[in-house]
Design a protein around this ligand. Structure first.
Ligand code: G3P
Ligand code: MG
Length: 344
């Protein structure tokens, strides 16, 4: 009958759309839920007029924890199951680098969690700045605190015998002074051996990667806080002043193309999990709060973009430089409802 036809048309349309959610400033602020986020996930997990799951992935520039830890935490906050198979953090695509670099300096994050992340990605020899500080505290004269726990969990060794193959900034530095100092030492060294100094600053320089470039991050604080991008800018300025040359570096995360390509792979395999069809839905909606990462990246990648006012962006109307092409909404629920009205 006509009613049945209508509903199968809608079911097909529902399988041909998908959402990519930013997390901070869209679904949560730090560990505090944005209440509309809970309802959105219920709707997409099947509490809708069709009773079917609407594909969605999470594409966050967040970092600092293994994917499984963060998914467990978010599932609790948002009261809906979030699988690691639908989840991309800023450093997730960096797992591919494990094939190329044996010994890496991993920078950022709390309580050695980034060491754990790197282990899970398959890196073989992982060094964190505290290992280097524990081996030689004079390397960072400005460091004031080195707790007993940090000392106990550090692996000091003779770093003059170690070649560090790459620097991976996974998450926010907890100690700008020490991390900047150690990174500067390594960038100026001969092939990543601490204590050496390359004559030519470029040809013996080891590569440096950053997991994302956001300047600002919405948190529990009333106004957004500095993020990994500010750390990178500080390093670039220091490096240029001291060596006279520009720092070449690679940045992952939104709005970088590599991250959106990775998101497509995750989206296609998530389609297989929920609908048994490994393919990309036609209409992908990115919902984000940061015009300079979520929206510009989504626009460039051909996604439909929705800007929400619950995070970094607080302005009236659309963003001037990077307008969302589908619209601006007060919150994530309004954005999702508008997209569902359009497609179904
Ligand atoms: O800017 C840092 C990060 O916490 C932002 O996360 O989810 O807004 O991409 P998200
Ligand atoms: Mg955000």
């Amino acid at each position: 009958s006509q009613v049945q036809d209508m509903s199968s048309v809608k079911t097909n349309a529902a399988k041909d759309m998908a959402f990519a959610f930013d997390i901070d400033g869209v679904l949560v602020h730090g560990d505090r839920v944005i209440p509309e986020g809970r309802r959105v996930l219920e709707i997409l997990n099947g509490d809708n007029e069709l009773g079917i799951k609407i594909p969605h992935i999470f594409l966050t520039n967040g970092s600092g924890k293994p994917e499984s830890d963060r998914c467990a935490q978010l599932s609790k906050i948002l009261n809906s199951p979030i699988s690691t198979e639908q989840f991309i953090q800023s450093h997730t695509p960096m797992s591919a680098l494990a094939e190329y670099y044996h010994t890496v300096l991993v920078v950022g994050g709390e309580k050695y969690k980034c060491r754990e992340v790197a282990q899970q990605y398959g890196f073989k020899d992982i060094i964190v700045p505290n290992d280097i500080f524990a081996a030689d505290p004079t390397i960072s004269p400005l460091k004031e605190f080195f707790t007993a726990e940090q000392r106990a969990t550090s692996n000091p060794r003779d770093f003059s015998k170690v070649k560090i193959n790459a620097i991976l900034v996974f998450s926010d530095s907890r100690d700008y002074a020490t991390d900047l100092q150690i990174i500067m030492d390594l960038l100026q060294s001969e092939d990543g051996v601490l204590g050496t100094r390359a004559k030519d600053p470029v040809s013996h320089r080891i590569p440096i990667y950053f997991s994302q470039g956001d300047l600002l991050c919405p948190t529990e604080h009333p106004t957004p806080r500095m993020s990994q991008g500010t750390f990178r800018i500080a390093l670039e300025a220091i490096y240029k002043q001291i060596t006279g040359v520009e720092l070449e570096r690679v940045v992952y995360g939104k709005p970088e193309l590599a991250t959106y390509r990775y998101a497509d792979e995750v989206m296609a395999s998530w389609m297989e999990v929920i609908h048994n069809e490994e393919r990309l839905p036609k209409n992908v909606y990115m919902i984000g709060d940061n015009p300079q990462s979520d929206i510009i990246g989504g626009n460039m990648y051909g996604w439909k973009t929705c800007l929400v006012r619950t995070g970094v962006y607080q302005g009236e109307g659309n963003d001037k430089e990077n307008p969302a092409n589908f619209g601006v909404f007060d919150n994530v629920l309004q954005a999702v409802q508008a997209a569902l009205r359009k497609e179904l």
